[in-house]
Design a protein. Structure first.
Length: 267
């Protein structure tokens, strides 16, 4: 069909927005956001966020109104950072003129992939991992949905940036795989509880990012390490912008079953 128009008065939130996939996605989403929209960017690095926000504001073509871009620098893995991010969300969503909510839970980490299952025994390390990768996604999503509420005629979409690791175990990646699996299940439960909310888990494929660099240099399991080295050597890593473009198309077409896991390679 014809290209869909821009999204009217949208509250768009992207976590982990300062680099990698989040940054690419923010760049693609910004031009989609019509008059009255706000883009809230969350990440740890204030500097990288400010840079991205400046770029997005200058590129915005909202007629006489330019896109409102807000940044919150916060470490979502700690209580203070999560509190600040949640406060910013609640403040933003008090605006009754916003009629579309799009929340992209992209922030995440690999954990210490030099460790095998048998090396993982430190309570604090493990809890810190799950705080960032599971707890913060749950808290931010529930906060946003509660703050936005069920506005008549308005739409709410929640995206979980997932992974093949949500479905399949990989050696050395116990934390990452279990974190992604837990997140996926949380969002499946949300889809079941709230039929009025559109929920999507999107696995972006092996992206050419800093995380992928870690994967091929730090993974304890040699077979895994070689697998990622080969992907890079053969040019099979995916550009962030290419994968983000597929996610954007999924959101524009809006025909995925709520709660579904959709992989880059499925589309």
């Amino acid at each position: 069909g014809s290209a869909p128009g821009r999204w009217a008065a949208t509250a768009c939130v992207v976590t982990g927005a300062s680099r990698g996939f989040g940054r690419s996605l923010a760049r693609l989403l910004a031009p989609q956001l019509g008059p009255g929209s706000v883009l809230l960017l969350l990440a740890r690095s204030a500097e990288a966020l400010a840079e991205l926000a400046a770029e997005l504001r200058s590129g915005s073509t909202g007629g006489d109104t330019e896109l409102r871009v807000q940044c919150v620098a916060a470490d979502l893995g700690c209580q203070e950072g999560l509190r600040r991010a949640s406060a910013a969300l609640r403040e933003l969503l008090r605006d009754a003129s916003l009629c579309r909510l799009l929340l992209v839970n992209n922030a995440g980490s690999l954990g210490d992939i030099s460790k095998s299952f048998l090396d993982l025994s430190d309570l604090e390390e493990i809890n810190a991992y799950f705080s960032l990768n599971i707890t913060s996604a749950l808290c931010l999503t529930s906060t946003a949905l509660r703050a936005f509420g069920a506005r008549p005629g308005c739409s709410r979409t929640v995206v979980n940036i997932s992974s093949l690791c949500a479905l399949q175990p990989f050696p050395s990646w116990a934390l990452y795989c279990s974190g992604k699996a837990a997140r996926e299940m949380l969002f499946r439960v949300l889809a079941l509880e709230e039929p009025g909310i559109r929920v999507l888990s999107y696995a972006p494929g092996p992206l050419d990012t800093d995380m992928q660099l870690l994967a091929r240099t730090k993974t304890g399991d040699p077979g895994m390490r070689q697998h990622f080295q080969r992907l890079q050597e053969k040019g099979q890593l995916i550009e962030c912008s290419v994968s983000a473009q597929k996610l954007l198309r999924l959101l524009q077409e809006d025909s995925f079953p709520s709660g579904a896991h959709v992989d880059f390679y499925d589309i």
